[in-house]
Design a protein around this ligand. Structure first.
Ligand SMILES: [Zn+2]
Length: 492
C-alpha cells in the first residue's frame, strides 16, 4: 500500500516497523460537546484505514484517546452553574455524557470501537513523569506559579511536521496575561490549577496537564515507538501534532511516528464550519433526516485528503447511490437463491470485466486509501450485475451464475472494509423509506390505507377508482409499482 505522509509530503510505500503488525494512534475528541460532521469524517477515515490494513492480514492495534480534561470542559461546567469544588465533579459528568454520546453516534455511523480508548485523566502519572524527563533534559522548565513549559527552541527540528519556519511561528506566538513563558513560542505541558478546577498533585503544586502532553504519554504507554501511523484531522497538524512530536522525540530520542496521516476539512455549503458561523452540524442533527449509512457513503465518496462540502444535493446523491446499490444487492441475492442453471460457460468479456473491476478496487484502496475510486468501481460492479440479471440468456447460463456468485463475494468483502452495504437490503430500503416519509411529514398509516383501498378497487375491477387512488398517492409524493408479489410503494 502507498500512503501519503504529511511529514515527508509525499506518498510512500507502507512498511510496518514490525512485520505483520501495525500500531496506530488517532487523536480523539475533547469531551465537552456533541460530535459534528468533522469528527464523523475523521472517525470514518481512520476506521476504514484500520479495517483495510486488517483485510491485508496485518494485526492492527488502534488507539484513540478522549481528552477529558481541558479548558473547554471547565468552561462548560462553569457555564452550567458549577462553582468551587463542584466544578471538578461537573467536569467528570460532562465527560461521561459526551463519551457516551460519541459511542452512540459513531456506532450508528458504523465506526468500530478502537482497541484501546484511553482517557487523559487516567494517565496523569505518566504525563508528570514525561514533564520531569523533559525538565531534566533541559527541554522544559517550571515557573514559580506552577506551570511547566516546553522550550521550543531547545528542539532543533521543531516545525518539521507542519513545514513552518521559526519566523512564521514566532509571528503567531503570543504570551497571554499571567503566563511566565521564557519565549512566546513555548507551550504549556502542565498548568497550575485555579481553585475548584480538576487538579492533581504534582512536583509543581496542584495542577492539570496541557493538551498536547497527553497524546505523548498515552502513545508511549499503549504502543511502541515509533508508531506506524499517527493520524487526525488536518487542523491538528499545527500546533497539536507538531508539539506532540517535539515532546516525544525530545524525551525519548526515538522517532515518534513513521506515517502521519491527516484527513481534510468538512465545509458546510462551501463555508468553513465554525462555531461563530453557527453552522456546526452535529451528527445527531443529520441523523434526523438521513440514514447514518448514507452519511458514511457521502464521507467516503471523496478522497480522505480532499476537502468535502456537505450540501443537501450531495447527500441526496449519496442517498440515491446507496438505494441503487441495495436494490442491486436485493436482486442479486434473490437470483443466487434460485437453483443453479445447468450448462453453459460465461462469455469471456463478462469474466474479464468482473475480474478487472475487482482488481481495480484493490488498486484504488492500495493507492492512498482512495475510497472515492473504490466506490466508483463498486458502482460499476453493480451495473455489471444488473446487466447479467436483465439478460434472460445469461440467467440460464451456469458460467454467468458463477461470475455473479464471485462478484457477490467480492462485493461483500469490499463492503466489510468500507463498512457499507452490509445490512439486509430490505432492512436498509425500509429504513430509507421511513426516513424519507418523515422528511415529507408523510403519514405512513394513511398511505397503507390508500394502498389497501386501491387493492380492493382493483380486485373488484373498479379501475377508475384504482387510478384515482394512485393519483392521490402521487400527490403525496408516493409512487406505486405493481409487481408479481403485489403492489409496492415508495417515495417518488
Ligand atoms: Zn493528540
Amino acid at each position: 500500500m502507498q500512503i501519503y505522509n504529511t511529514l515527508t509530503r509525499k506518498k510512500e510505500p507502507f512498511v510496518p516497523v514490525t512485520p505483520g503488525k501495525v500500531g496506530m494512534y488517532a487523536c480523539g475528541i475533547t469531551t465537552y460537546d456533541l460530535c459534528h460532521i468533522g469528527h464523523g469524517r475523521s472517525a470514518v477515515v481512520f476506521d476504514v484505514l484500520a479495517r483495510y490494513l486488517r483485510s491485508l492480514g496485518l494485526e492492527v492495534t488502534f488507539v484513540r484517546n478522549f481528552t477529558d480534561v481541558d479548558d473547554k470542559i471547565i468552561n462548560r461546567a462553569i457555564k452550567e452553574g458549577a462553582e468551587g469544588k463542584a466544578i471538578a465533579e461537573r467536569c467528570a459528568d460532562i465527560s461521561r455524557t459526551y463519551i457516551a454520546a460519541f459511542h452512540e453516534d459513531m456506532d450508528l455511523l458504523g465506526v468500530q470501537r478502537a482497541d484501546i480508548e484511553p482517557k487523559a485523566t487516567e494517565h496523569i502519572e505518566e504525563m508528570i513523569a514525561l514533564c520531569q524527563t523533559l525538565i531534566g533534559q533541559g527541554h522544559a522548565y517550571a515557573t514559580p506559579s506552577g506551570d511547566v513549559y516546553f522550550k521550543v527552541r531547545s528542539f532543533e527540528p521543531y516545525g518539521k511536521l507542519s513545514g513552518r519556519s521559526l519566523d512564521e511561528m514566532q509571528a503567531g506566538a503570543r504570551v497571554a496575561p499571567g503566563e511566565e513563558k521564557q519565549d512566546p513560542m513555548d507551550f504549556a505541558l502542565w498548568k497550575g490549577a485555579k481553585p475548584g478546577e480538576p487538579s492533581w498533585p504534582s512536583p509543581w503544586g496542584q495542577g492539570r496537564p496541557g493538551w498536547h502532553i497527553e497524546c505523548s504519554a498515552m502513545t508511549e504507554k499503549h504502543l511502541s515507538l515509533p508508531l506506524d501511523i499517527h493520524g487526525g484531522g488536518q487542523d491538528l497538524v499545527f500546533p497539536h501534532h507538531e508539539n506532540e512530536l517535539a515532546q516525544t522525540e525530545a524525551a525519548t530520542q526515538k522517532g515518534f511516528a513513521r506515517y502521519w496521516v491527516h484527513n481534510g476539512f468538512v465545509q458546510i455549503n462551501a463555508e468553513k464550519m465554525s462555531k461563530s458561523l453557527g453552522n456546526f452540524t452535529t451528527l445527531r442533527d443529520i441523523y434526523k433526516t438521513h440514514l447514518p449509512e448514507v452519511l458514511r457513503f457521502f464521507l467516503l465518496a471523496r478522497h480522505y485528503r480532499s476537502p468535502i462540502d456537505f450540501t443537501p444535493e450531495a447527500m441526496e446523491d449519496a442517498e440515491k447511490n446507496c438505494k441503487r446499490m441495495y436494490e442491486t444487492l436485493q436482486a442479486l441475492q434473490a437470483e443466487l437463491a434460485k437453483p443453479e442453471p445447468k450448462g453453459g460457460t460465461a462469455p469471456k468479456e463478462l469474466e474479464e470485466e468482473a475480474a478487472s473491476l475487482m482488481r481495480q478496487w484493490d488498486e484504488a484502496m492500495a493507492d492512498d486509501l482512495n475510497t472515492a475510486a473504490a466506490l466508483g468501481y463498486m458502482n460499476s460492479m453493480g451495473h455489471l450485475i444488473n446487466r447479467v440479471l436483465d439478460d434472460k440468456g445469461l440467467r440460464k447460463n451456469a458460467g454467468a451464475r458463477h461470475v455473479l456468485a464471485h462478484m457477490a463475494q467480492a462485493f461483500a468483502k469490499a463492503s466489510v472494509v468500507l463498512g457499507l452495504f452490509s445490512q439486509q437490503p430490505t432492512a436498509f430500503l425500509q429504513a430509507l423509506r421511513s426516513i424519507k416519509a418523515a422528511r415529507l411529514n408523510l403519514d405512513i398509516a394513511k398511505v397503507e390505507t390508500l394502498m389497501q383501498e386501491r387493492l380492493e378497487a382493483r380486485t373488484s375491477k373498479d379501475f377508475a377508482r384504482s387510478d384515482a387512488i394512485r393519483d392521490a398517492l402521487a400527490e403525496l409524493g408516493v409512487a406505486v409499482r405493481d409487481t408479481p408479489e403485489g403492489a409496492l410503494w415508495d417515495i417518488a
